[in-house]
Structures are given as structure tokens and as C-alpha cells.
Design a protein around this ligand. Structure first.
Ligand code: 3EB
Length: 314
């Protein structure tokens, strides 16, 4: 008999490193790094690592981990947490909008059937995110499909998220998510208009995500955060200033979440940089000594050069 998940999840540990951890819930490999041979869910994110070597992100929990698949959803669960992933080929589903709708309908139906039914944090990676003009830009079509696929799911109470463009023609829409037996708390950023209230100029369907989720273990999951204040992109063409504005947004989010102010986030961060040539600028503007994975990726607005996400442990 499989044991029932606990009512309250254990602490979810997130680390960056090359080596595998002993009992992982999930391992995310970047840049074609080989997945580890250990258990749990393994995801390969096709973004080039801008560090000396591609790292892996390891998530681990206390207690047993089980993994399996349900249709095209691969999953692992343990300690009151569930991670799941889906990768869909756009050519089979008829373009990015229909593919996003299919992915999110699948996500919602799957999540509703699990003991870990509270979806807290989602990552989305899609090819050529800025291709297409105006309302036909692929990111905007993705947003429309995402909302259509969700239907009544989340009821406007969106999880934290990331949406980044990859450049690998062989890969489709990759969606993975974190869910738990217990609910989280959505956090919005007082410096930013909630994304789901963006005005019409950013597309017919606003992006459905929260700026952050306070997880049931007390950690804060920080959504992909860019140089947006109010709803406007700031510092167009100035990567250094965009990095600083993104970090200021993350600092404000932590305060909004009720966490004691800290000068910097110490838990692992991922930073997506549109132009690898800006790497020296990026390095000069991020605090030293923080575990960070630097990745080459496209941001959902063309004028944005950088996006930063992370975790803050209590
Ligand atoms: C922004 O703040 C930048 O569509 O899921 C960040 C995080 C962004 C998540 C998403 C988009 C998403 O609007 C873009």
C-alpha cells in the first residue's frame, strides 16, 4: 500500500550543483547536461548555460519519492509535494495557441485529481517567443491558449510563473509545475500592476500569473521578474539598469510577502539573458556569492533584455 501524503508538506530544498542529491524529487538539467540516473522527475530545459559549466537544479524532500506518468504528464511526489511536466509538439497540436490550450487543459485536469491539488508555481518554455507581429506575437498567442485551456481552473487565483523563449527547433512547449497538499498565498508586487490586469496594449488576453507564491513551507517562490514598473518596460536598451530594476522588484516582492528585508536573495536564482554579449554587464550588476544559474533565453517583451526568478527561504 502506498503511504498517503502528509497534510502539511515538509521543507522543499532547492540547490544548484553538478552532483546528484541522494533522494531527489526532481532534477532540472540545462544546456543538454545529462540527466542523473537517480529517481524522481528529470526535466531537460533547452537553454544555453552562460556559466563555465551547465549546472543542474536539484529539488529534494524528506521521505520517500515515487514517480510515474499519467498519459503525457510525467510526475514525482513525496513529502506532500508533487512536481509534474508536459512537453507538447506544436506541429501535432496546430500552433502555439492550441498547444498552450491543450497543455493547460491537461494540467488543470491532472492537478484536480491529485491529493497535491494546489498548483503553486509553473514554468513555461516555448520556441521563438517573440516571433509574429502585434497580437500575433507567439507569446500573446500562448497567453490566449493558456487561459482558454484553464477554463475555470485557478478562478483568477493564479500561481507564480515563468515564461521564457528557447531556441531549440527540436523541442516544443515545455511546461512543468509544483503543487502541494496545502494551499499557498499569492503575492503581488506593489511596484507592478498585476500581470492579469495589464492593459490591452500588451495583448488581447493578459498573462495569468502572480508575482510570487508563499509556499506552505514558508518559502517564497519568485516569478520571472523583469524591468517592469507599473505596466511599462523601463530602461529600454540598458541592460545594467534593467538588471537593477528587476532586483528592486524582487526586493519589493519579498517585503510584500512579509519576509524580513534582506539585502539580497540567498536561495538559488535563475537569470535569463537575451544577448549573451551582455554577460559582463550582468555579472557586474548582480550580488556576488549567490547560487545562480545564468541562461541564454528570450524574454516575453522584445525590449526586455533580462529576467530573474528565484526562491527565498524563510
Ligand atoms: C512580466 O512581468 C514579464 O506569462 O507566465 C514573467 C513571468 C513574465 C511569467 C508568464 C511572463 C510570465 O510580464 C514576463
Amino acid at each position: 500500500m502506498p503511504s498517503l501524503p502528509p497534510d502539511v508538506p515538509c521543507l522543499l530544498r532547492i540547490e544548484l550543483g553538478v552532483a546528484a542529491t541522494s533522494s531527489p524529487l526532481m532534477t532540472i538539467s540545462f544546456d543538454g547536461a545529462n540527466p542523473p540516473v537517480t529517481g524522481g522527475l528529470c526535466i531537460s530545459v533547452p537553454l544555453r548555460a552562460l556559466d563555465r559549466m551547465p549546472l543542474r537544479e536539484h529539488w529534494s524532500v524528506d521521505g520517500d519519492v515515487r514517480h510515474g506518468h499519467s498519459g503525457n504528464v510525467r510526475w514525482a511526489r513525496g513529502g506532500g509535494w508533487l512536481v509534474a511536466a508536459l512537453e507538447l509538439d506544436e506541429s501535432v497540436h496546430g500552433g502555439i495557441e492550441a498547444t498552450a490550450a491543450e497543455a493547460y487543459a491537461t494540467l488543470a485536469a491532472f492537478a484536480a485529481r491529485q491529493p497535491e491539488r494546489h498548483v503553486l508555481r509553473i514554468w513555461n518554455y516555448l520556441a521563438d517567443i517573440n516571433a509574429g507581429l502585434d497580437d500575433n506575437e507567439r507569446y500573446k498567442l500562448f497567453c490566449a491558449g493558456r487561459r482558454r485551456g484553464l477554463g475555470e481552473a485557478f478562478q483568477g487565483a493564479y500561481p507564480a510563473a515563468t515564461a521564457i523563449g528557447h531556441r531549440d527547433r527540436t523541442r516544443g512547449l515545455i511546461v512543468y509545475w509544483l503543487a502541494s497538499v496545502a494551499p499557498g498565498t499569492r503575492i503581488e508586487n506593489p511596484r507592478q500592476v498585476p500581470a492579469w490586469r495589464y492593459p490591452r496594449q500588451y495583448g488581447p488576453v493578459p498573462p495569468g500569473f502572480a508575482r510570487g507564491t508563499r509556499l506552505p513551507d514558508g518559502s517564497l517562490a519568485i516569478s520571472g521578474t523583469a524591468s517592469i514598473v507599473g505596466h511599462a518596460s523601463l530602461h529600454v536598451g540598458d541592460c545594467a539598469a534593467q538588471v537593477r530594476e528587476s532586483l528592486a522588484n524582487i526586493a519589493a516582492l519579498q517585503v510584500a510577502a512579509g519576509l524580513p528585508p534582506e539585502p539580497e536573495v540567498r536561495a538559488p536564482m535563475k537569470i535569463y539573458l537575451r544577448d549573451a554579449g551582455e554577460l559582463p554587464t550582468l555579472r557586474a550588476n548582480i550580488p556576488a556569492g549567490i547560487p545562480v544559474q545564468l541562461l541564454e533565453g528570450d524574454i516575453c517583451r522584445r525590449e526586455l533584455l533580462v529576467e530573474i526568478e528565484g526562491w527565498r527561504h524563510p
